[in-house]
Design a protein around this ligand. Structure first.
Ligand SMILES: N[C@@H](CCC(=O)N[C@@H](CS)C(=O)NCC(=O)O)C(=O)O
Length: 207
């Protein structure tokens, strides 16, 4: 059986958990406390991910795959969550790269600082909060535009692009991003939450 090495509050981990649930793929969840450095041990770095981060998907034969986008792409092969058409597939990747480079470093980081980090914010983090807020709203504005006039980001049906963007967008208010001004995002989040197999980010039972 597949094993997902994870930390429940992580949006990156959640993206993988959500797709596994949508695909009805059973898996073992192995949790790590990233705040206690459990992904920075020699054992984790040596056997699971030299980059010291979850999520990591471990195959039955022991091979390990890190990076949420790579995991989503691997799991979605030959499923409706990854279009076969080259243009649509490229659009999926476009949104996933956008998520990693633009939305995640702002929306997810601010959420982490404000809700997960157990130590007080450093002066540098304090100073970066306003810029992160502004840049995160700019990213949310791009997503809002991408959803204008369509139910899903690519190809008229839910794909791993929607899952990748949903991971941190739906918890953006925890980072101080009010979503009132984004009607397309709010309607899309409702559609996501109505997909068969949907679970919340904190859901722990996977049998
Ligand atoms: N680009 C990576 C980011 C992974 C990542 O940042 N993981 C965080 C939790 S969301 C982590 O494990 N942090 C622990 C640490 O850096 O020690 C992905 O999409 O999977």
């Amino acid at each position: 059986m597949l094993t997902l090495h994870d930390f429940l509050p992580s949006g990156n981990g959640y993206k993988c958990r959500l797709l596994l649930r949508f695909l009805e793929r059973p898996f073992v969840l192995k949790e790590y406390n990233i705040l206690a450095g459990e992904t920075r041990t020699e054992a984790f770095l040596g056997a699971l991910n030299a980059n010291g981060r979850i999520p990591v998907l471990q195959m039955e034969d022991g091979r390990c795959l890190s990076e949420s986008g790579a995991i989503l792409n691997y799991l979605a092969q030959d499923t409706p969550f990854l279009p076969g058409d080259p243009w649509d597939r490229a659009q999926v990747l476009k949104w996933m790269f956008f998520e990693q480079y633009t939305l995640e470093p702002t929306v997810a980081v601010r959420r982490f600082w404000l809700t997960e980090q157990e130590t007080p914010l450093t002066p540098l983090q304090e100073a970066q909060l306003p810029d992160k807020l502004e840049q995160g709203h700019a990213a949310l504005g791009v997503l809002e535009g991408g959803l204008a006039g369509r139910d899903w980001l690519v190809g008229g049906r839910p794909t791993i692009a929607d899952i990748a963007l949903y991971g941190y967008t739906h918890v953006a208010p925890e980072g101080g991003y009010e979503l009132d001004a984004y009607p397309n995002i709010r309607a899309w989040m409702v559609r996501m939450s109505q997909l068969p197999g949907y679970v919340k980010i904190t859901h722990r039972t996977f049998d």
